[in-house]
Design a binder for this molecule. Structure first.
Ligand code: ABU
Length: 517
């Protein structure tokens, strides 16, 4: 009876072992119930409530904190409710984000990680996890195509931070004095990235034809990093892309000659919206010719390196000086799990090391090069490595490869269906390279309208309206956005191995049903 038991009765309270086990068993039952339901197609993807409704409290679920402790009975109810009002990102019909699914080995890894409750800064407190990090980083560097005597890296919190590391280290490589003297010691530097990755204020730079013409912002991490690092977001220069979202090398070449003091180019493996892969070899040639740091943001596309069928899309990535790769996206590792790989050894440490003596003493009784925490810009660092290591053990590299292949097969199936069904239009005609499929739904009343501003104005409102209805019904979830001169369109992405072709059919049926005006 948990109604008279409180957290103080759990371990380490004396005699608390029995009640601790009972409490955790009860919690486990809640989690298992949720896990089993999460992949059932009959269940909802979400039970949407507005912020004010959740804040006001629903059916006894209150977010407010009290001075007096609650009973464990209430704590268990709170756990159940938290899951109930959240979004089931493991549902086979959750297509909203690049990271989705619920890998059970990964989940087991996350549970173990929380149980160990350790910190990644030193070997002394995380001996096993530190060595696992080394094993995984080496493995990933090998897969990228770097030789055994090159490669360094660190796990960090998300792709944006991984990209930030790459700019930080690149800047240090060319201008090591920045570490002590700051930006005043440097010329005005320019960073280059594709317009599908940066963020363009179209009001300023491209003529607006329609009022809804959007910023091109597939992913904003490069601009954000430039702002955080004191380099200025305006010094990130956008390189034009072709129709399918790939950076055009000659455009890069011409922006470089025109610009400030160039030092860094971000190429992308799998842009956020289109899933495009830049031409890495061409970009590497240009970087080599101008002595520029070449980074590949493979946060989303890195997973394709695991597939024999698809890894050629990343040809040339081995020539990059740094690579971002998020196993929490295409490889299905539970959030969060992101890596920055740096080709030249020692740079990461030199760039970030401050040698705090309360952590990184040099006279410890072991090889202190394993105190890798000073490579990081953080102090405390979560253990993101174990769940990934455990999944790799459980699937092998081959298992990840099959998982990726399956997701891309689903994307191809959707691409084919969109061309067969009435009322759907592809945003770009080419077969998708990644698992992103971008399309419009044209409601019956709009079919036959001539192209032009009036049609665009109406079409711009279609995807948000359908998504609104989708959220209310909770049957399926997919994202939408405008991009450049393209009005709001749906982006479907596949990264959940639980998704089957029947879910793709369901998605299209549901859009048709909800989009009927
Ligand atoms: N890091 C980009 C994530 C965006 C998305 O899931 O759609």
């Amino acid at each position: 009876d948990f109604s008279i038991i409180y957290s103080k009765d759990l371990l380490p309270a004396s005699g608390g072992e029995k009640v601790t086990k009972e409490f955790l068993h009860e919690l486990l039952n809640i989690l298992l119930g949720y896990i089993c339901k999460s992949s059932r197609r009959s269940g909802k993807v979400l039970d949407f409530h507005h912020p004010h409704q959740l804040k006001e409290g629903l059916e006894g679920f209150s977010l407010q904190l009290t001075d007096k402790p609650e009973t464990l009975e209430q704590i268990l109810v709170d756990c159940r409710d938290t899951l109930k009002y959240g979004v089931n990102t493991g549902h086979p019909r959750f297509f909203n984000q690049l990271s989705s699914g619920l890998d059970l080995i990964g989940l087991a890894g996350e549970w173990l990680t929380s149980t160990a409750n350790s910190n990644m800064f030193t070997y002394e407190v995380s001996p096993v996890f530190i060595l696992m990090e080394e094993v995984l980083l080496k493995k990933m560097q090998g897969i990228v195509g770097w030789s055994d005597d090159e490669g360094d890296g660190i796990f960090c919190p998300g792709g944006t931070i991984s990209n930030l590391y790459s700019i930080l280290v690149a800047r240090y490589y060319f201008y090591p004095e920045v570490k002590t003297r700051g930006m005043r010691a440097l010329p005005q530097l320019a960073i280059f990235t594709s317009e599908h990755v940066g963020l363009v204020n179209l009001e300023g730079s491209i003529k607006c034809q329609w009022k809804f013409l959007s910023s091109i912002q597939s992913h904003y991490s490069v601009k954000k990093s430039a702002a955080v690092l004191g380099m200025g977001s305006e010094n990130v220069l956008m390189v034009k892309c072709d129709e399918s979202g790939k950076m055009i090398p000659v455009e890069l070449e011409s922006s470089i000659v025109a610009g400030l003091v160039p030092f860094y180019v971000n190429a992308t493996a799998g842009t956020t919206v289109y899933g495009a892969f830049d031409p890495f070899n061409d970009i590497a040639d240009i970087c080599h010719g101008h002595n520029l740091w070449m980074h590949v943001d493979a946060a989303w596309g890195g997973g394709l390196l695991m597939s024999d069928r698809h890894r050629m899309k990343l040809q040339g990535i081995e020539r990059a000086w740094s690579v971002t790769w998020n196993p929490h996206k295409m490889m299905g590792v539970p959030l969060q799990c992101s890596v920055i790989l740096i080709k030249k050894r020692g740079l990461l440490q030199d760039c970030n090391e401050l040698g705090a003596e309360y952590l990184f003493q040099r006279d410890k009784p072991y090889d202190v090069s394993y105190d890798t925490g000073d490579k990081s810009i953080q102090c405390g660092r979560h253990v993101d490595v174990f769940k990934f290591w455990l999944m790799w053990k459980a699937k092998g590299s081959e298992g990840f490869g099959s998982q990726v292949n399956k997701c891309l097969e689903n994307a191809e199936y959707l691409y084919d269906q969109l061309q067969r069904r009435t009322g759907f239009e592809l945003v770009f005609k080419n077969k998708p390279e990644h698992s992103n499929v971008c399309f419009w739904y044209i409601p019956p009343t709009m079919r036959g309208l001539p192209p032009g501003p009036d049609r665009d104005t109406r079409l711009h409102q279609v995807a948000p309206r359908i998504k609104h209805r989708m959220m209310e019904q909770g049957s399926v979830l997919i994202g939408y956005q405008p991009l450049g001169d393209k009005v709001n369109f749906f982006r479907c992405v596949f990264s959940n191995p639980a998704t089957q072709q029947e879910d793709v059919d369901f998605l299209l049926d549901e859009i048709t049903r909800l989009g009927n005006d």
